[in-house]
Design a protein around this ligand. Sequence first.
Ligand code: SF4
Length: 241
Amino acid sequence: MPATKPTRKPAAKKQPKTPPKSRATHGPLAPDRIAAILKALDEAYPAAECALIHHSPWELLVATILSAQCTDVRVNLVTPELFRRFPTPAALAQATLPELEELIRTTGFFHNKAKSIQGAAQKIVAEFGGQVPQTLAELITLPGVARKTASVVLGVCFGKAEGVVVDTHVFRISRRLDFAQGETPEKVEQELMRILPQNRWIDFSHQIIHHGRQVCAARKPLCDRCNLEPLCTSKDKIWQS
Ligand code: SF4
């Protein structure tokens, strides 16, 4: 029998390459949209800063503890006299609870807050050499200090972005902008940490807090004055360009 040529399998047809559909290239989390919103925030709030008046990490730590369920304006009225009387952790560690309660009474929840700042002062003296620690893991061991307070101090005083501060404004507006869907500040923070560049974590919170106070209020957002409006599809919008 004549030798037969081995038959070659026909080459498989090349499939056209199509980019995978993902939230990374489409929809509310598309990088272009996120970048446009960050740019608009930079334009509207180029110098957004923490509104709590402070002169040291210690003062900001105390002011942030006092700001729970209280306005920054009210805290700023209370802290000058508190820090005049007790300027350092060592001084405040020696204060009595009634003394502290009297000074911070108008910030609300003053029994708990007095215990927190006294406890934080004592622990900073006993375990951190009188200096506010500079890591999130250490800060959250202090009485009255949770992740949000720790991130405020780390970001504002030490320029360290270990988390995103999610207060009531950041929680509400991140969801309005479709940056997050989480039902708790902790979940929203995790979502923001996934989509925002780390070098924007600190500024983003400051800018959104200003935006929430000045424009994107909880009840009546001023959408007609909002420079994010063309990028916003929130059902809470009250005006559409
Ligand atoms: S358009 Fe309205 S709802 Fe959207 S971010 Fe601006 S103020 Fe807030």
